[in-house]
Design a protein around this ligand. Structure first.
Ligand code: 5AD
Ligand code: SF4
Length: 422
């Protein structure tokens, strides 16, 4: 009987991409993926530690596997990723002796060898790997780690310095995923637009080059990227963004705060005005582009007036959406302790969310009447280039992966409604 792997993934797209490649390591050795923990022979928990809550969730998930392992002593538990890196193998195995392997985010490359050590010699399954469907949209990692030093962020310490992968590797993976049915590739990196690769011949492959080459691969309708940093946009990027319609009209550009003093304390390296200038350049290159962002509320020392600068940035920048987080102290002892009462932290978060909802509604409404290209994800809905979900009227039953034209006729909650044109 085929052995089965259950993967539980916390955290960001980078982790999802890592989970996919970990899944492939198992599939190569004859495993199948399963959604059910009960029927699994091995479990991978891919953890996150970006905020304390993420780490707590991962840790309680590991705890819940105790019963599973008791019922199936021959089963294997792998704990991998960012919280595994931060907490360390010793701590995790001490607290959860039933865990078989702990592999931190910095050593994620060694998962394959560990799988081999536990399960090597199985009936290899390279064929399944090649034909594995990645869905309409597939992640491809271009950069690992981060070399910035934002004061609040644990990522550089758990994922290490930024490393750019060779362009041939990235393009080969994108091409394989396109051949398996992915019409859209999402290029990933912590500061993805700082991508720059020196070739052995002495040339440089820039972020814009990488996007352009990915967009030129057969079968690719659209290329997205996550997440850029305001410090690393180049004129070459804006030119490509303006001229190549396959580069999605959507930029997720985390700002974190609207206050210059807080941005400086966070060591973000830009001011509010510089952030707004980048957003303006994005819109200048592609007037229909949508920009979304991330905010942290309650950074230590954030005053009511400084918080209001985050509030006012929403309308001023015209972001279509924002993820908002309460400040969470990370590195023990080193990062600043929060100094805002929990109730006030929550109140600020709620005010920010309300402002975003209001603004998102206006932006969604402004799309009515437009003609949009929709990349179909299931039979009747898909995403526009600016990353809005569009549902098509009359249940047209389209093939996932097809790119269709639709007229936007209205909105429904957070999504657009559209009429199929062709
Ligand atoms: N506290 C709260 N939010 C954080 N983020 C990163 N570190 C922290 C922290 N210590 C948020 C940022 C980042 C997103 C991925 O998570 O907004 O952009
Ligand atoms: Fe992703 Fe950061 Fe969480 Fe690691 S800690 S999974 S890099 S969000």
């Amino acid at each position: 009987m085929t052995r089965k792997l259950h993967i539980i993934t916390f955290g960001c797209q980078m982790n999802e991409a890592d989970s996919e490649s970990i899944g492939n390591s198992f599939i190569k050795r004859g495993f199948e993926l399963t959604d059910s923990l009960k029927g699994a022979d091995a479990v991978v928990v891919n953890t996150c530690t970006v905020r304390q809550r993420a780490e707590d969730k991962a840790v309680s998930q590991i705890g819940r596997l105790r019963k599973w392992k008791l019922a199936r002593p021959e089963g294997r538990v792998f704990v991998v990723g960012c919280a595994a890196q931060k907490l360390g193998g010793k701590y995790i195995k001490n607290r959860f002796p039933f865990v078989d392997e702990v592999i931190g985010a910095k050593s994620i490359d060694t998962v394959d060898a560990a799988v081999d050590a536990h399960f090597g010699g199985g009936p290899g399954n390279d064929e399944a790997l090649k034909t594995m469907k990645s869905g309409v949209s597939a992640f491809v990692t271009a950069m690992r780690g981060c070399s910035l030093q934002c004061s609040y962020c644990v990522v550089p310490s758990v994922r290490g310095e930024a490393v750019c992968l060779p362009p041939e590797e990235i393009l080969a993976e994108a091409a394989a995923k396109a051949a398996a049915g992915a019409g859209e590739i999402i290029i990933l990196g912590q500061t993805v637009n700082s991508y720059s690769y020196r070739t052995p011949g002495g040339g440089t492959v820039s972020f814009a080059d990488l996007l352009e080459r990915t967009a030129a691969l057969p079968g690719i309708s659209r290329v997205r990227f996550m997440s850029p940093h305001p410090l690393f946009f180049s004129p070459g990027f804006f030119r490509l963004f303006r001229d190549n319609p396959k580069i999605a009209r959507y930029v997720h550009l985390p700002v974190q705060s609207g206050s210059d003093r807080i941005l400086k304390a966070m060591r973000r390296g830009y001011t509010r005005a510089q952030y707004l200038d980048i957003v303006a350049k994005i819109r200048e290159a592609a007037p229909d582009a949508a920009v979304s962002t991330d905010f942290i509320v309650g950074y230590p020392g954030e005053t009511e007036a400084e918080f209001r600068e985050s509030l006012s940035l929403i309308a001023e920048s015209g972001v279509s959406f924002a993820y908002c987080f309460k400040y969470s102290q990370r590195s023990d002892g080193q990062g600043l302790a929060p100094d805002l009462a929990e109730a006030e932290m929550k109140a600020r978060l709620d005010r920010l969310l309300a402002e975003i909802r209001k603004n998102s509604r206006d932006i969604l409404n402004s799309r009515i009447g437009r003609m949009e290209e929709v990349l179909i994800e299931d039979a009747d809905s898909g995403r526009t280039s600016a990353n809005f979900v569009a549902r098509l009227e009359g249940k047209p039953g389209l093939r996932p992966g097809s790119l269709v034209k639709a007229e936007i006729t209205g909105t429904h909650r957070n999504t657009l409604k559209g009429r199929l044109i062709s």
